[in-house]
Design a protein around this ligand. Structure first.
Ligand SMILES: [Zn+2]
Length: 454
Protein backbone atom coordinates (compact mmCIF):
# COMPACT_ATOMS: atom_id res chain seq x y z
CA UNK A 1 0.00 0.00 0.00
CA UNK A 2 2.70 2.43 1.02
CA UNK A 3 4.67 1.91 -2.18
CA UNK A 4 1.51 2.46 -4.23
CA UNK A 5 0.81 5.68 -2.41
CA UNK A 6 4.37 6.88 -2.92
CA UNK A 7 4.22 6.01 -6.60
CA UNK A 8 0.92 7.79 -6.84
CA UNK A 9 2.38 10.92 -5.29
CA UNK A 10 5.36 10.91 -7.63
CA UNK A 11 3.08 10.52 -10.65
CA UNK A 12 0.89 13.35 -9.51
CA UNK A 13 3.89 15.65 -9.20
CA UNK A 14 5.45 14.51 -12.49
CA UNK A 15 2.36 14.70 -14.59
CA UNK A 16 0.67 17.70 -12.97
CA UNK A 17 -2.52 15.80 -12.63
CA UNK A 18 -5.53 17.75 -11.56
CA UNK A 19 -7.70 15.42 -9.54
CA UNK A 20 -11.42 15.62 -10.28
CA UNK A 21 -14.37 14.87 -8.03
CA UNK A 22 -17.18 12.54 -8.98
CA UNK A 23 -20.29 14.11 -10.43
CA UNK A 24 -22.91 15.36 -8.05
CA UNK A 25 -26.19 14.16 -9.52
CA UNK A 26 -29.51 13.88 -7.79
CA UNK A 27 -31.17 10.52 -8.19
CA UNK A 28 -34.41 9.96 -6.32
CA UNK A 29 -35.06 6.31 -5.66
CA UNK A 30 -38.72 6.25 -6.68
CA UNK A 31 -38.62 2.62 -7.78
CA UNK A 32 -37.49 -0.15 -5.41
CA UNK A 33 -36.36 2.56 -2.98
CA UNK A 34 -37.58 0.72 0.13
CA UNK A 35 -35.69 -2.41 -0.87
CA UNK A 36 -32.59 -0.32 -1.63
CA UNK A 37 -32.64 1.38 1.79
CA UNK A 38 -33.30 -1.85 3.67
CA UNK A 39 -30.49 -3.79 2.01
CA UNK A 40 -27.98 -0.92 2.11
CA UNK A 41 -28.53 -0.22 5.80
CA UNK A 42 -28.21 -3.91 6.66
CA UNK A 43 -24.96 -4.18 4.68
CA UNK A 44 -23.45 -1.06 6.26
CA UNK A 45 -24.61 -1.82 9.79
CA UNK A 46 -23.83 -5.53 9.91
CA UNK A 47 -21.45 -6.63 7.17
CA UNK A 48 -18.56 -4.16 7.22
CA UNK A 49 -16.03 -5.81 7.83
CA UNK A 50 -15.00 -9.46 8.02
CA UNK A 51 -13.20 -10.41 11.24
CA UNK A 52 -9.84 -12.13 11.25
CA UNK A 53 -8.97 -15.10 13.47
CA UNK A 54 -8.32 -12.81 16.42
CA UNK A 55 -11.72 -11.15 15.97
CA UNK A 56 -10.31 -7.91 14.54
CA UNK A 57 -12.00 -6.34 11.52
CA UNK A 58 -10.15 -6.68 8.21
CA UNK A 59 -10.88 -3.14 7.12
CA UNK A 60 -12.15 -2.97 3.54
CA UNK A 61 -13.07 -6.65 3.33
CA UNK A 62 -16.86 -7.00 3.46
CA UNK A 63 -18.19 -9.85 5.55
CA UNK A 64 -19.94 -12.77 3.77
CA UNK A 65 -18.21 -11.86 0.53
CA UNK A 66 -18.28 -15.38 -0.79
CA UNK A 67 -16.97 -14.81 -4.30
CA UNK A 68 -14.97 -11.60 -3.72
CA UNK A 69 -17.67 -9.64 -5.47
CA UNK A 70 -18.30 -7.22 -2.62
CA UNK A 71 -14.86 -5.78 -3.32
CA UNK A 72 -15.88 -5.67 -6.98
CA UNK A 73 -19.34 -4.10 -6.61
CA UNK A 74 -19.44 -2.09 -3.36
CA UNK A 75 -17.26 0.87 -4.46
CA UNK A 76 -19.43 1.53 -7.54
CA UNK A 77 -22.62 2.19 -5.59
CA UNK A 78 -20.90 3.73 -2.54
CA UNK A 79 -19.03 6.32 -4.65
CA UNK A 80 -22.27 7.14 -6.50
CA UNK A 81 -24.09 7.71 -3.21
CA UNK A 82 -21.21 9.75 -1.78
CA UNK A 83 -21.45 12.11 -4.78
CA UNK A 84 -25.23 12.36 -4.82
CA UNK A 85 -26.49 15.48 -2.98
CA UNK A 86 -29.92 13.89 -2.78
CA UNK A 87 -28.62 10.99 -0.71
CA UNK A 88 -28.71 11.49 3.06
CA UNK A 89 -26.82 14.32 4.70
CA UNK A 90 -23.16 15.31 4.62
CA UNK A 91 -22.27 12.79 7.34
CA UNK A 92 -23.94 9.87 5.57
CA UNK A 93 -22.30 10.74 2.25
CA UNK A 94 -18.90 11.00 3.95
CA UNK A 95 -19.48 7.56 5.44
CA UNK A 96 -20.26 6.14 1.98
CA UNK A 97 -17.06 7.69 0.60
CA UNK A 98 -14.99 6.29 3.45
CA UNK A 99 -16.42 2.79 2.99
CA UNK A 100 -15.75 2.97 -0.77
CA UNK A 101 -12.15 4.11 -0.20
CA UNK A 102 -11.53 1.45 2.41
CA UNK A 103 -12.79 -1.21 0.01
CA UNK A 104 -10.55 0.11 -2.78
CA UNK A 105 -7.57 0.27 -0.42
CA UNK A 106 -8.19 -3.34 0.54
CA UNK A 107 -8.12 -4.27 -3.16
CA UNK A 108 -4.89 -2.29 -3.65
CA UNK A 109 -3.38 -4.23 -0.75
CA UNK A 110 -4.36 -7.53 -2.38
CA UNK A 111 -2.83 -6.52 -5.71
CA UNK A 112 0.36 -5.46 -3.96
CA UNK A 113 0.55 -8.77 -2.12
CA UNK A 114 0.03 -10.66 -5.37
CA UNK A 115 2.73 -8.66 -7.14
CA UNK A 116 5.09 -9.34 -4.25
CA UNK A 117 4.59 -13.10 -4.63
CA UNK A 118 1.60 -14.12 -2.54
CA UNK A 119 -0.30 -16.49 -4.84
CA UNK A 120 -2.95 -17.24 -2.24
CA UNK A 121 -4.67 -13.94 -3.01
CA UNK A 122 -4.63 -14.26 -6.80
CA UNK A 123 -8.31 -15.00 -7.43
CA UNK A 124 -9.45 -12.46 -4.85
CA UNK A 125 -7.12 -9.78 -6.25
CA UNK A 126 -8.26 -10.42 -9.83
CA UNK A 127 -11.96 -10.62 -8.99
CA UNK A 128 -12.02 -7.27 -7.21
CA UNK A 129 -9.69 -5.35 -9.54
CA UNK A 130 -12.36 -3.64 -11.69
CA UNK A 131 -13.37 -1.58 -8.63
CA UNK A 132 -10.30 0.51 -9.46
CA UNK A 133 -12.33 1.86 -12.42
CA UNK A 134 -14.80 3.30 -9.92
CA UNK A 135 -11.92 4.70 -7.89
CA UNK A 136 -10.50 6.32 -11.04
CA UNK A 137 -13.89 7.80 -11.92
CA UNK A 138 -14.34 9.19 -8.42
CA UNK A 139 -10.81 10.47 -7.77
CA UNK A 140 -9.00 10.83 -11.10
CA UNK A 141 -5.93 9.41 -9.37
CA UNK A 142 -3.50 8.12 -11.99
CA UNK A 143 -2.25 5.25 -9.90
CA UNK A 144 -5.51 3.50 -10.76
CA UNK A 145 -5.08 4.34 -14.43
CA UNK A 146 -1.60 2.87 -14.34
CA UNK A 147 -2.66 -0.40 -12.74
CA UNK A 148 -5.73 -0.80 -14.94
CA UNK A 149 -3.74 -0.16 -18.11
CA UNK A 150 -1.17 -2.77 -17.02
CA UNK A 151 -3.95 -5.23 -16.26
CA UNK A 152 -5.51 -4.63 -19.70
CA UNK A 153 -2.26 -5.49 -21.47
CA UNK A 154 -1.90 -8.60 -19.38
CA UNK A 155 -5.48 -9.73 -19.92
CA UNK A 156 -5.25 -9.27 -23.69
CA UNK A 157 -2.31 -11.67 -23.78
CA UNK A 158 -3.94 -14.24 -21.52
CA UNK A 159 -7.23 -14.23 -23.41
CA UNK A 160 -5.53 -14.87 -26.72
CA UNK A 161 -3.78 -17.98 -25.29
CA UNK A 162 -5.77 -19.19 -22.29
CA UNK A 163 -9.31 -17.85 -22.48
CA UNK A 164 -10.69 -18.77 -19.10
CA UNK A 165 -8.49 -17.33 -16.40
CA UNK A 166 -11.31 -16.61 -13.97
CA UNK A 167 -11.39 -20.03 -12.39
CA UNK A 168 -13.40 -23.17 -12.83
CA UNK A 169 -16.69 -21.87 -11.48
CA UNK A 170 -17.08 -19.41 -14.34
CA UNK A 171 -17.46 -20.31 -18.00
CA UNK A 172 -15.68 -18.81 -20.97
CA UNK A 173 -18.64 -16.67 -22.00
CA UNK A 174 -18.55 -15.08 -18.55
CA UNK A 175 -14.80 -14.43 -18.76
CA UNK A 176 -15.04 -12.73 -22.16
CA UNK A 177 -18.18 -10.77 -21.35
CA UNK A 178 -16.83 -9.52 -18.03
CA UNK A 179 -13.41 -8.52 -19.35
CA UNK A 180 -14.90 -6.91 -22.47
CA UNK A 181 -17.38 -4.92 -20.39
CA UNK A 182 -14.79 -3.68 -17.90
CA UNK A 183 -12.25 -2.81 -20.62
CA UNK A 184 -14.87 -0.64 -22.32
CA UNK A 185 -15.93 0.84 -18.96
CA UNK A 186 -12.31 1.77 -18.28
CA UNK A 187 -12.08 3.35 -21.74
CA UNK A 188 -15.30 5.22 -21.02
CA UNK A 189 -13.94 6.68 -17.79
CA UNK A 190 -10.36 7.31 -18.90
CA UNK A 191 -11.11 8.82 -22.34
CA UNK A 192 -7.50 9.52 -23.28
CA UNK A 193 -4.46 7.49 -24.31
CA UNK A 194 -4.87 4.39 -22.18
CA UNK A 195 -8.62 4.55 -22.77
CA UNK A 196 -8.11 4.15 -26.50
CA UNK A 197 -5.96 1.09 -25.86
CA UNK A 198 -8.51 -0.37 -23.44
CA UNK A 199 -11.30 0.16 -25.95
CA UNK A 200 -9.41 -1.77 -28.61
CA UNK A 201 -8.68 -4.60 -26.18
CA UNK A 202 -12.32 -4.75 -25.02
CA UNK A 203 -13.62 -4.98 -28.58
CA UNK A 204 -11.00 -7.59 -29.51
CA UNK A 205 -12.04 -9.77 -26.57
CA UNK A 206 -15.77 -9.48 -27.29
CA UNK A 207 -15.17 -10.24 -30.96
CA UNK A 208 -13.19 -13.33 -29.93
CA UNK A 209 -16.19 -14.42 -27.82
CA UNK A 210 -18.43 -14.10 -30.86
CA UNK A 211 -15.96 -16.03 -32.99
CA UNK A 212 -15.53 -18.84 -30.47
CA UNK A 213 -18.86 -19.08 -28.66
CA UNK A 214 -21.71 -17.61 -30.72
CA UNK A 215 -23.88 -20.42 -32.12
CA UNK A 216 -25.65 -18.95 -35.11
CA UNK A 217 -28.35 -21.61 -35.51
CA UNK A 218 -29.41 -21.42 -31.84
CA UNK A 219 -29.08 -17.65 -31.54
CA UNK A 220 -27.12 -17.88 -28.31
CA UNK A 221 -23.66 -18.11 -26.76
CA UNK A 222 -22.65 -21.59 -25.68
CA UNK A 223 -21.65 -23.29 -23.46
CA UNK A 224 -23.21 -21.37 -20.57
CA UNK A 225 -22.69 -22.88 -17.10
CA UNK A 226 -24.52 -20.25 -15.06
CA UNK A 227 -27.17 -18.11 -16.67
CA UNK A 228 -25.56 -14.96 -15.23
CA UNK A 229 -22.81 -15.45 -17.79
CA UNK A 230 -25.33 -14.15 -20.31
CA UNK A 231 -25.71 -11.10 -18.07
CA UNK A 232 -21.99 -10.30 -18.35
CA UNK A 233 -22.06 -10.89 -22.08
CA UNK A 234 -25.13 -8.66 -22.50
CA UNK A 235 -23.27 -5.92 -20.59
CA UNK A 236 -20.20 -6.36 -22.82
CA UNK A 237 -22.26 -6.35 -26.03
CA UNK A 238 -24.13 -3.23 -24.90
CA UNK A 239 -20.89 -1.31 -24.43
CA UNK A 240 -19.47 -2.69 -27.70
CA UNK A 241 -22.58 -1.38 -29.45
CA UNK A 242 -22.27 1.90 -27.55
CA UNK A 243 -18.66 2.25 -28.74
CA UNK A 244 -19.14 1.19 -32.37
CA UNK A 245 -22.82 1.44 -33.32
CA UNK A 246 -22.46 -2.00 -34.94
CA UNK A 247 -25.97 -3.48 -35.17
CA UNK A 248 -24.66 -7.05 -35.06
CA UNK A 249 -23.99 -6.67 -31.33
CA UNK A 250 -27.59 -5.58 -30.81
CA UNK A 251 -29.00 -8.41 -32.90
CA UNK A 252 -27.04 -10.93 -30.83
CA UNK A 253 -28.15 -9.39 -27.51
CA UNK A 254 -31.80 -9.37 -28.59
CA UNK A 255 -31.55 -13.01 -29.72
CA UNK A 256 -30.02 -14.01 -26.36
CA UNK A 257 -32.94 -12.37 -24.53
CA UNK A 258 -35.47 -14.04 -26.85
CA UNK A 259 -33.87 -17.40 -26.23
CA UNK A 260 -33.84 -17.21 -22.44
CA UNK A 261 -37.27 -15.53 -22.26
CA UNK A 262 -38.71 -18.33 -24.39
CA UNK A 263 -36.91 -21.29 -22.85
CA UNK A 264 -36.06 -20.33 -19.26
CA UNK A 265 -38.62 -17.81 -17.96
CA UNK A 266 -40.97 -19.57 -15.54
CA UNK A 267 -44.36 -18.85 -17.11
CA UNK A 268 -46.12 -21.42 -14.87
CA UNK A 269 -45.43 -19.47 -11.72
CA UNK A 270 -47.00 -16.01 -11.27
CA UNK A 271 -43.73 -14.89 -9.64
CA UNK A 272 -41.83 -15.77 -12.84
CA UNK A 273 -38.04 -15.89 -12.71
CA UNK A 274 -35.43 -17.52 -14.90
CA UNK A 275 -34.52 -21.16 -14.37
CA UNK A 276 -30.86 -22.00 -14.74
CA UNK A 277 -29.98 -24.22 -17.70
CA UNK A 278 -30.79 -27.83 -16.70
CA UNK A 279 -27.71 -29.59 -18.06
CA UNK A 280 -25.39 -27.73 -15.68
CA UNK A 281 -27.41 -28.04 -12.49
CA UNK A 282 -24.96 -28.24 -9.63
CA UNK A 283 -26.95 -30.40 -7.17
CA UNK A 284 -29.67 -32.24 -9.11
CA UNK A 285 -31.34 -33.52 -5.92
CA UNK A 286 -32.40 -29.97 -5.07
CA UNK A 287 -34.29 -29.59 -8.34
CA UNK A 288 -34.11 -26.61 -10.63
CA UNK A 289 -32.65 -23.31 -9.47
CA UNK A 290 -33.30 -19.61 -9.84
CA UNK A 291 -30.44 -17.34 -8.79
CA UNK A 292 -30.06 -13.75 -7.61
CA UNK A 293 -26.79 -13.39 -9.51
CA UNK A 294 -28.60 -14.27 -12.76
CA UNK A 295 -31.48 -11.83 -12.33
CA UNK A 296 -29.44 -8.87 -11.15
CA UNK A 297 -26.79 -9.31 -13.83
CA UNK A 298 -29.22 -9.72 -16.72
CA UNK A 299 -31.07 -6.69 -15.34
CA UNK A 300 -27.76 -4.82 -15.41
CA UNK A 301 -27.29 -5.90 -19.04
CA UNK A 302 -30.74 -4.53 -19.90
CA UNK A 303 -29.96 -1.25 -18.10
CA UNK A 304 -26.81 -0.78 -20.16
CA UNK A 305 -28.80 -1.56 -23.30
CA UNK A 306 -31.06 1.35 -22.38
CA UNK A 307 -27.98 3.49 -21.80
CA UNK A 308 -26.74 2.88 -25.37
CA UNK A 309 -30.09 2.81 -27.24
CA UNK A 310 -32.46 4.99 -25.18
CA UNK A 311 -35.15 2.33 -25.76
CA UNK A 312 -37.38 2.19 -22.63
CA UNK A 313 -38.37 -1.42 -23.41
CA UNK A 314 -34.99 -2.41 -21.93
CA UNK A 315 -35.91 -0.66 -18.66
CA UNK A 316 -39.09 -2.75 -18.53
CA UNK A 317 -37.01 -5.90 -19.00
CA UNK A 318 -34.85 -4.82 -16.05
CA UNK A 319 -37.96 -4.15 -13.95
CA UNK A 320 -39.24 -7.66 -14.69
CA UNK A 321 -36.09 -9.11 -13.11
CA UNK A 322 -36.04 -6.68 -10.19
CA UNK A 323 -39.71 -7.49 -9.47
CA UNK A 324 -38.88 -11.18 -9.36
CA UNK A 325 -35.93 -10.55 -7.07
CA UNK A 326 -37.78 -8.25 -4.67
CA UNK A 327 -40.83 -10.51 -4.40
CA UNK A 328 -39.09 -13.89 -4.21
CA UNK A 329 -35.52 -13.62 -2.97
CA UNK A 330 -35.41 -10.68 -0.57
CA UNK A 331 -36.63 -11.61 2.91
CA UNK A 332 -35.62 -11.42 6.55
CA UNK A 333 -31.89 -11.98 7.04
CA UNK A 334 -31.46 -15.25 8.93
CA UNK A 335 -28.40 -13.81 10.73
CA UNK A 336 -29.91 -10.37 11.50
CA UNK A 337 -33.51 -10.70 12.68
CA UNK A 338 -35.71 -7.89 11.42
CA UNK A 339 -33.29 -6.86 8.67
CA UNK A 340 -33.56 -7.60 4.94
CA UNK A 341 -31.14 -9.54 2.74
CA UNK A 342 -31.50 -10.95 -0.77
CA UNK A 343 -30.72 -14.64 -0.91
CA UNK A 344 -28.47 -16.12 -3.50
CA UNK A 345 -30.77 -18.77 -4.90
CA UNK A 346 -34.11 -20.46 -4.68
CA UNK A 347 -34.46 -24.15 -5.44
CA UNK A 348 -37.45 -26.18 -6.52
CA UNK A 349 -37.14 -28.57 -3.60
CA UNK A 350 -36.18 -26.33 -0.68
CA UNK A 351 -37.39 -22.89 -1.66
CA UNK A 352 -35.12 -20.25 -0.19
CA UNK A 353 -31.94 -21.92 1.02
CA UNK A 354 -32.02 -20.50 4.51
CA UNK A 355 -35.00 -22.74 5.19
CA UNK A 356 -32.59 -25.68 5.25
CA UNK A 357 -29.34 -23.88 5.92
CA UNK A 358 -27.20 -25.21 8.69
CA UNK A 359 -23.69 -23.99 9.34
CA UNK A 360 -22.53 -27.52 10.10
CA UNK A 361 -24.26 -28.98 7.05
CA UNK A 362 -24.59 -26.39 4.28
CA UNK A 363 -25.89 -28.93 1.87
CA UNK A 364 -27.82 -26.56 -0.34
CA UNK A 365 -24.69 -25.45 -2.14
CA UNK A 366 -21.12 -26.47 -1.46
CA UNK A 367 -19.86 -23.29 -3.13
CA UNK A 368 -21.33 -21.06 -0.44
CA UNK A 369 -20.95 -21.56 3.29
CA UNK A 370 -23.70 -18.93 3.68
CA UNK A 371 -27.03 -18.65 1.86
CA UNK A 372 -26.26 -15.24 0.42
CA UNK A 373 -23.31 -13.16 -0.61
CA UNK A 374 -23.00 -9.48 0.17
CA UNK A 375 -21.48 -8.87 -3.29
CA UNK A 376 -24.64 -9.79 -5.19
CA UNK A 377 -26.61 -7.54 -2.84
CA UNK A 378 -24.33 -4.62 -3.69
CA UNK A 379 -24.80 -5.33 -7.40
CA UNK A 380 -28.56 -5.29 -6.89
CA UNK A 381 -28.21 -1.82 -5.34
CA UNK A 382 -26.33 -0.68 -8.47
CA UNK A 383 -29.21 -1.97 -10.63
CA UNK A 384 -31.82 -0.10 -8.61
CA UNK A 385 -29.78 3.10 -8.60
CA UNK A 386 -29.10 2.94 -12.36
CA UNK A 387 -32.76 2.22 -13.18
CA UNK A 388 -33.88 5.35 -11.30
CA UNK A 389 -31.01 7.42 -12.73
CA UNK A 390 -31.77 6.40 -16.31
CA UNK A 391 -35.48 7.13 -15.91
CA UNK A 392 -34.81 10.56 -14.40
CA UNK A 393 -32.06 11.53 -16.83
CA UNK A 394 -33.52 9.82 -19.89
CA UNK A 395 -32.73 12.86 -22.04
CA UNK A 396 -29.00 12.01 -21.78
CA UNK A 397 -29.45 8.66 -23.52
CA UNK A 398 -28.51 7.02 -25.78
CA UNK A 399 -24.89 7.96 -25.32
CA UNK A 400 -21.67 6.96 -26.96
CA UNK A 401 -19.46 4.67 -24.84
CA UNK A 402 -15.68 4.47 -24.77
CA UNK A 403 -12.64 6.62 -25.37
CA UNK A 404 -14.37 8.87 -27.91
CA UNK A 405 -17.70 9.00 -26.12
CA UNK A 406 -19.03 11.95 -24.19
CA UNK A 407 -18.18 12.33 -20.53
CA UNK A 408 -21.27 11.99 -18.39
CA UNK A 409 -19.85 10.09 -15.46
CA UNK A 410 -17.54 12.74 -14.08
CA UNK A 411 -18.07 16.35 -13.19
CA UNK A 412 -17.45 19.25 -15.50
CA UNK A 413 -14.15 21.00 -14.86
CA UNK A 414 -12.43 17.71 -14.23
CA UNK A 415 -9.00 18.98 -15.21
CA UNK A 416 -7.84 20.18 -18.59
CA UNK A 417 -7.54 17.83 -21.54
CA UNK A 418 -3.93 18.94 -21.89
CA UNK A 419 -3.19 18.06 -18.28
CA UNK A 420 -4.87 14.70 -18.63
CA UNK A 421 -3.03 13.95 -21.87
CA UNK A 422 0.27 14.83 -20.23
CA UNK A 423 -0.60 12.48 -17.40
CA UNK A 424 -1.55 9.78 -19.91
CA UNK A 425 1.76 10.20 -21.70
CA UNK A 426 3.64 10.05 -18.42
CA UNK A 427 2.12 6.74 -17.43
CA UNK A 428 2.03 5.04 -20.83
CA UNK A 429 5.46 3.49 -20.40
CA UNK A 430 4.67 2.22 -16.93
CA UNK A 431 1.69 -0.04 -17.74
CA UNK A 432 3.94 -2.12 -19.98
CA UNK A 433 6.33 -2.58 -17.07
CA UNK A 434 3.44 -3.39 -14.74
CA UNK A 435 2.05 -5.90 -17.28
CA UNK A 436 5.45 -7.54 -17.63
CA UNK A 437 5.66 -8.05 -13.86
CA UNK A 438 2.09 -9.34 -13.70
CA UNK A 439 2.64 -11.73 -16.59
CA UNK A 440 5.78 -13.11 -15.06
CA UNK A 441 3.93 -13.60 -11.79
CA UNK A 442 0.99 -15.27 -13.53
CA UNK A 443 3.12 -17.68 -15.56
CA UNK A 444 5.34 -18.48 -12.62
CA UNK A 445 2.63 -20.19 -10.60
CA UNK A 446 1.09 -23.65 -10.85
CA UNK A 447 -2.25 -23.43 -12.62
CA UNK A 448 -1.09 -20.33 -14.47
CA UNK A 449 -0.59 -22.43 -17.57
CA UNK A 450 -3.12 -23.62 -20.11
CA UNK A 451 -6.15 -25.69 -19.34
CA UNK A 452 -8.19 -27.51 -21.90
CA UNK A 453 -11.46 -25.97 -22.97
CA UNK A 454 -14.57 -27.78 -21.66
ZN1 LIG B 1 -22.33 -12.86 -5.39
Amino acid sequence: MRSCKTLSLVLVVLALVVAFPAAGRCVVLNEYGDLFDAVLSNLVDNYAWELDEQGRPIVGNWDRDEMYDSTLFAPDILYRLAADPDFGDETVRAQMRTLARQTVNYEMGLLTRYLLGDDSVKLEAFAGAPCLIDALRASGDWIYNLILAGAMLMVRDIVSQEPNFLGEYMGYVCAYGLVGYYALSFADVEKHLTGQMAEEIGLQILNLAVQRHWVEEDGRFWPIYNLYEDGWMLMGLAYAYGATGNEEYKNMADLVMDEIDTNLWDAQNPGGGYWEYGPYMYKPELGRWKKLSTHERIARGMLHWFEVTGDPAYLDQARKMLDYTRDNLCVEDCYQPGRIMCYHHWTEVTGLPHVVSDESDPRYDPYYPHPFCTGCNFNLLIDIYLLNKFVQESGNYPRRIGACGTVVSVAAGQGSAAGASAAGAAVLALPALCAAVLKRRYRGRPGGGRRSQP
